[in-house]
Design a protein around this ligand. Structure first.
Ligand code: FES
Ligand code: FE2
Length: 427
């Protein structure tokens, strides 16, 4: 199938072939054509505040280091020695004046340039290693929005802002929801793997069809879920009168160019806690009452930054999706601190996040179980297709290319796969 180069056979208007989740060759091609050629989320610049601070991560399957250089600039380097290819930085994070390779002791500047070659007399005239060519190598393009750093290994294609499109506003709104106008990642990470393909997590984040069923155990007998913020008077209702499932259609879902998408915000719930009032006072001091009201009205729930990051605004956090193999994915969940907000609010955010998105949470645990079962179910050969046919009326915003529809429409997933096919089809 891949030999014929006929990927288009695997994605139709309403159905996706199971090979997208099972086939190793397709996974390898995804790493090459999606992760090595798109803007991929790497980290937040607050994770490397000082010169020499670094964070090891991956872009697709490739190990990289995000590091702040002595001039204050954040670089993303290939984590690879210019000599014989050994991974240079082994620690997950830290601070270094230079990076030293453990094999033969070559050292590198924090911008990736080769700094020092041990026993240099061993290289005769004309064979000296080159500072840049034999350095660790910098990723071609690195850019950030509100401190969220993305990297693109390709020189070609749109800049970051164009790639993000309307999603850029989501990051700006998040920054505006901080009384100091900035957010930071501080407060640890929940990290876990599931036995399933990375695209299950992407699709799940635009899926408003599943919660009442998958997450039923997280609701009270009345059908109402727990509160997502300290002081909220309850949470979303899965069931209404006479115990009937309440459709999430009114919340809506939106598909955006380049595979991005978002779900409509969960119903806004009154919050009268003193902690929240103090937060509102601080926000009003910055923005005035009108913009504060806008910032506090969450019109989006999960926002997907295709292909590897998702953000939630109500209890602010991001999820980073790291594909490991066709049937193995690692998830990182980072709480977002709104700078200038009461410190107790951040503690409450983390407490609630522990309950919703940790490895032993009341919500995400159900989802990863569904992903593992999907991986297993798709190993059967009786039916080769996944059905993504749910739809409702669709409205297109010509300014942004945003297509919005009813909450349980699978339009955002169809959009993920349209983007997938177009990225995968580039030679
Ligand atoms: Fe790194 Fe030799 S492989 S110094
Ligand atoms: Fe879920």
């Amino acid at each position: 199938m891949l030999a014929n180069g006929d990927l288009s056979r695997l994605v139709t208007d309403t159905r996706i072939h199971r090979d997208l989740f099972q086939d190793r060759a397709i996974f390898d091609l995804e790493m090459e054509r999606i992760f090595a050629r798109s803007w991929v989320y790497v980290g937040h610049d607050s994770q490397v505040p000082e010169p020499g601070d670094f964070l090891c991560t991956r872009i697709g399957a490739q190990p990289v280091v995000m590091v702040r250089h002595t001039d204050g600039k954040v670089h993303v380097l290939y984590n690879r020695c210019g000599h014989r290819g050994v991974k240079v930085v082994a620690e997950e994070e830290g601070n270094a004046k230079r990076f030293m390779c453990m094999y033969h002791g070559w050292t590198y500047d924090t911008n990736g340039d080769l700094d020092f070659v041990t026993q240099p007399e061993g290289y005769p005239e004309g064979r000296h290693p080159d500072k840049v060519r034999d350095g660790m190598g910098r990723i071609a393009r690195v850019d950030d929005l509100c401190g969220f750093v993305f990297a693109n290994q390709s020189e070609e294609g749109p800049g970051l802002r164009d790639w993000l499109g309307a999603n850029a506003v989501c990051l700006e709104d998040l920054a505006d929801s901080a009384p100091d106008g900035e957010v930071e990642i501080r407060g640890g990470v929940h990290r876990y793997m599931y036995r399933g393909n990375w695209k299950f997590q992407i699709d799940n984040l635009s899926d408003m069809y599943h919660p009442a069923y998958s997450h039923e155990s997280s609701s009270r007998p009345t059908g109402q879920q727990f509160a997502r913020r300290k002081g909220d008077k309850g949470g979303i209702e899965f069931r209404g009168k006479r115990g009937r499932v309440k459709s999430m259609d009114p919340l809506g879902v939106s598909a955006l160019p380049n595979g991005h998408s978002w779900q409509g915000g969960l119903p806004q719930i009154e919050n009268t806690s003193e902690l929240h009032r103090e937060y509102v006072r601080r926000l009003e001091a910055r923005h005035g009452p009108e913009r504060t009201k806008e910032v506090l009205t969450k019109t989006r729930h999960n926002v997907i930054f295709y292909p590897n990051m998702a953000m939630q605004e109500l209890n602010p956090h991001i999820r980073v999706i790291r594909p490991v193999a066709a049937d193995l994915t690692e998830i990182f969940v980072y709480p977002i601190r709104l700078k200038g907000a009461p410190e107790q609010m951040f503690r409450e955010q983390i407490r609630i996040l522990n309950g919703t998105h940790s490895a032993s949470s009341m919500v995400q645990t159900d989802d990863v179980e569904a992903f593992a079962r999907a991986q297993e179910g798709l190993s059967t050969t009786g039916n080769e297709w996944i059905l993504l046919a749910r739809a409702g009326e669709e409205k297109v915003d010509p300014a942004t290319g945003r297509v919005s529809s009813i909450g349980t429409s699978e339009v955002a997933m169809r959009n993920h796969y349209a983007t997938w096919l177009s990225l995968m089809s580039r030679a």
